[in-house]
Each structure stands twice: as structure tokens, then as C-alpha cells.
Design a protein around this ligand. Structure first.
Ligand SMILES: CC[C@H](C(=O)O)C(=O)SCCNC(=O)CCNC(=O)[C@H](O)C(C)(C)COP(=O)(O)OP(=O)(O)OC[C@H]1O[C@@H](n2cnc3c(N)ncnc32)[C@H](O)[C@@H]1OP(=O)(O)O
Ligand SMILES: [Co+2]
Length: 134
């Protein structure tokens, strides 16, 4: 079911400073910040030869990133995103297996304009998994 690793997401307090670090110190290609109010994040993507790094800064009062940073003050790896060929078939397979699909279970549109779903970290070795329609 799982396709390529689409991105690894890192929660940061200051996305401008983190972008400068990746662009300057690490010499990486970093996109411009994009506010995704419906997800409570400001996001940039760092393009790598084989995948991307997603930097996430809290946006708004109910951001999941703000809550994550309360427990992880220095930031850190927030989630990993796998591509799937058919996100609805993937969702149904996961639900049938007893795994928790977060939210209503209906995919939302993510930063790449594709449908995404999230799976509860407690069901997957303490790792928040995002699935994105390939
Ligand atoms: C979609 C746009 C963009 C894209 O790529 O396209 C993004 O990726 S946006 C990313 C931000 N959106 C989300 O993260 C949505 C999914 N997340 C959630 O629904 C929540 O954050 C959830 C359910 C993972 C946790 O929320 P909750 O309010 O329950 O917070 P708690 O601190 O109470 O967490 C409960 C429990 O889970 C552990 N936890 C929380 N976040 C993570 C994490 N990122 N990785 C691993 N574990 C996590 C937390 O420590 C708690 O464990 P406990 O042992 O009870 O302390
Ligand atoms: Co993501």
C-alpha cells in the first residue's frame, strides 16, 4: 500500500530562522512560507534529491504544532508522510484493521493540493503518519 516517502516534517518555533539555517548553513533549496490556516500551520518545503523536508510553525490558537511544541520545546520530527495510490482504499483498509484515522476520516487537502489523512501515533510506534494521495 505504501508508496514513496513524500516528506519528513519538523516542528519549529521560528520558520524564518529554520529556513535560514537550511538555506544558508545547509545549502538547501527552501520554498517561501505558506500559511495553511485550516491546518493551523505555516509551512515551507526543503527539496531533496529523493524526498522533502517540511518545516511547520504554529499558526493560530489551536495549532497542533503549538501543542507539540509545549511537549517538545526545541521542536523535532513531527510526522512522516507516505504516498498512497488510493487514499480512500488505504483509509478503509486501516479502519478495517482497527487503526485510528484522525478527524472525520474524510481526507482533507494538504499543502501539495492533494488529499491527506493522518493516523494516530499511538497506533504506529509513537509516530504520527500522514498519507498523501500520489
Ligand atoms: C496537511 C497539511 C500539511 C501537509 O503536509 O500537507 C501537514 O502535514 S499539517 C501537520 C499538522 N496537522 C496535524 O498534525 C494533524 C494530525 N494531528 C492531530 O490530529 C493531533 O496533533 C494528534 C491527535 C496527533 C495529537 O493531538 P492531541 O490533542 O491528542 O495532543 P496530545 O499532546 O494530547 O497527544 C496525544 C498523545 O499523542 C502524542 N503525540 C502528539 N503528537 C504527536 C506526534 N506528532 N508524534 C508522536 N506522538 C505525538 C502525545 O505525546 C500524546 O502522547 P502521551 O503519551 O499521552 O503524552
Ligand atoms: Co505533512
Amino acid at each position: 500500500m505504501l508508496g514513496r516517502l513524500n516528506h519528513v516534517a519538523i516542528a519549529v518555533r521560528d520558520i524564518a530562522a529554520a529556513s535560514k539555517l537550511y538555506r544558508g548553513t545547509l545549502g538547501a533549496e527552501v520554498s517561501e512560507p505558506e500559511a495553511l490556516a485550516e491546518h493551523g500551520v505555516t509551512v515551507v518545503f526543503i527539496t531533496l534529491p529523493n524526498t522533502k523536508i517540511e518545516l511547520l510553525e504554529p499558526l493560530g490558537p489551536d495549532s497542533p504544532i503549538a501543542k507539540f511544541l509545549e511537549k517538545n520545546p526545541d521542536g523535532g520530527i513531527h510526522h512522516i508522510c507516505y504516498e498512497v495510490e488510493d487514499i480512500l482504499a488505504a483509509r478503509d483498509r486501516l479502519l478495517n484493521s482497527g487503526a485510528r484515522v484522525l478527524g472525520s476520516g474524510a481526507p482533507k487537502i494538504g499543502a501539495h493540493g492533494k488529499p491527506v489523512l493522518f493516523l494516530h501515533p499511538k497506533d504506529f510506534n509513537g509516530t504520527l503518519i500522514e498519507l498523501e494521495q500520489a
